[in-house]
Design a binder for this molecule. Structure first.
Ligand code: AMP
Length: 119
C-alpha cells in the first residue's frame, strides 16, 4: 500500500469517489476529468505502481493480475452498457506515456463514438 497514493486512499474511502463497481480485487470509479462521455478507471486494490512494475525485467510477472483486470474491464463495460457498441482501454505507463498516478489502472472510455485511434 502506498501511503501517499491517491488511489490507495480512494480504495480505503479516505478520499471520495464515484464508485460504479467493486469486488474483492478491484474498484471502478468515474474519472474526475472525463475525456469521453463515459470515462472510468479500473484500479486493482493491491498497490502496483505501473505496468513496468507489474512485469519486471527479471523475476515473476503479474499475468494473473492483468488477466483479472481485463476480465473486470469487460464485465464493467457490459454493466455500463458500453457493449456491444464498444469502448477503449488505455494504460499510461511512466512519464513519457502520460502516467500521472503511480498506481496501476486502466482507463475505460466510451459512451460515444471515439475520435482518433490512439488519443
Ligand atoms: P493517468 O494519467 O493515466 O495516471 O491517469 C490518472 C487519472 O486519474 C487521470 O485521468 C485523472 O483525471 C484521474 N484522477 C486523479 N485524481 C482523481 C480522483 N480523486 N478521482 C477520480 N479520478 C482521478
Amino acid at each position: 500500500m502506498g501511503h501517499d497514493c491517491i488511489f490507495c486512499k480512494i480504495i480505503k474511502n479516505e478520499i471520495p469517489s464515484e464508485r460504479v463497481y467493486e469486488d474483492d480485487f478491484c474498484i471502478c470509479i468515474r474519472d474526475l476529468h472525463p475525456q469521453a462521455k463515459v470515462h472510468l478507471l479500473v484500479i486493482p486494490k493491491v498497490h502496483v505502481a505501473s505496468l513496468e512494475e507489474a512485469f519486471p525485467a527479471a523475476g515473476v510477472g503479474q499475468e494473473e493480475l492483468l488477466g483479472k483486470l481485463m476480465k473486470a474491464v469487460t464485465a464493467i463495460a457490459r454493466k455500463q452498457a458500453l457493449l456491444p457498441g464498444g469502448f477503449r482501454t488505455v494504460i499510461n505507463t511512466n512519464h513519457e506515456g502520460g502516467q500521472s498516478v503511480f498506481h496501476l489502472h486502466l482507463h475505460v472510455l466510451g459512451g460515444e463514438t471515439l475520435r482518433g485511434r490512439f488519443a
